[in-house]
Design a protein around this ligand. Structure first.
Ligand SMILES: [Zn+2]
Length: 313
């Protein structure tokens, strides 16, 4: 058995058709460990790190191989007014404490601005007074202690009266998504599904296989594979699109849907022996891991109108 990607006789390892990061459990042993590592770095990892995948894993509480649910919104944010906020994994926001002293330039007067979290209100001596006193003593050695104490007391009092208040500051963060990261993963799923269905012979003889393989291995965005990402999600009777990934091999091409995002690749398979006579359907519930693999037409017939007729008197 030779590797379906490099076509060399090398040691083979386990390869997930749908990545483990999105709950995939269908494993093939037709990819060599070298290609597996390359595909993991070039295709699977960028896909797993995409906002699309992290958002959906967060939404469905999918821990993946390492049992860690990504939290897209956790971390540091900066508000429009300059307030820095830390959002934790339970979506609680906390203002980052800060004490800023700006000299007026004359060496004796300054402006002090303080930001604290509303939960700091009961502990202003430790959170504001002590650090502010230390900062002022270092900044203005000439100030008498009474002046430092008066300034600290005034600031603490002002914080107590005016701040902290709960207010809705607008938090913004810019995310960038390279749609190629999703496109190449979907193409890899298509290639591996096709190879799983038709075996080594397809990898060797099909022109479609050659084009797809070259495109995947080099992430070649100009490859002559006509495809569509983000078309309407595949609606099938008897499954909940929110919980299932779908792969369909049809005589016309390849359709799939991951987390409801659908893709179609018009693979233009020229060799009739590599066109499934009956479209084949692979459905995976990514929450339970259950895989259903059936011929599409009988499966749809089983899950549509027939029962309605039988129930009539
Ligand atoms: Zn290989």
């Amino acid at each position: 058995m030779r590797c379906i990607f490099c076509r060399n006789d090398r040691p083979l390892g386990n390869e997930h058709i749908l990545p483990a990061s999105v709950g995939g459990t269908i494993v093939i042993r037709t990819v060599c460990t070298g290609c597996n590592a390359l595909l993991n770095a070039n295709i699977d990892e960028p896909f797993s790190q995409s906002l699309f995948v992290r958002l959906n894993r967060c939404r469905h509480n999918l821990g993946g191989r390492h049992d860690r649910v990504p939290h897209v919104f956790a971390g540091r944010w900066e508000g429009a007014d300059g307030t820095r906020v830390i959002v934790d994994r339970e979506f609680r926001a906390r203002v980052v404490r800060s004490i800023e002293i700006r000299d007026a330039g004359d060496g004796i007067t300054c402006t002090i601005s303080v930001r604290v979290d509303p939960s700091d209100l009961g502990d202003l001596d430790r959170v504001v007074a002590d650090p502010l006193r230390a900062k002022l003593a270092g900044r203005f050695p000439a100030w008498p202690q009474t002046r430092v104490d008066a300034a600290v007391a005034a600031v603490v009092e002002r914080v107590r009266q005016n701040e902290p208040v709960h207010h809705d500051t607008e938090l913004r963060r810019t995310y960038e998504e390279d749609m190629c990261d999703i496109r190449f993963e979907f193409m890899k799923i298509a290639y591996e599904s096709w190879a799983r269905r038709f075996g080594e012979q397809w990898a060797d003889e099909s022109r479609t296989a050659g084009v797809m393989r070259a495109a995947i291995l080099s992430r070649d965005t100009t490859a002559a594979i006509r495809g569509t990402l983000g078309c309407a999600q595949i609606e099938l009777p008897g499954i909940v699109p929110e919980e299932h990934h779908v792969i369909a091999l049809t005589p016309e091409g390849f359709y799939m849907s991951v987390f409801g995002l659908a893709a179609a690749f018009n693979c233009e398979e020229e060799m009739p022996q590599f066109r499934p006579a009956v479209p084949q359907l692979i459905i995976q519930n990514f929450i339970t891991g259950v895989v259903i693999e059936r011929d599409m037409v009988p499966w749809i017939a089983e899950h549509t109108g027939d029962d309605g007729g039988a129930a009539a008197p």
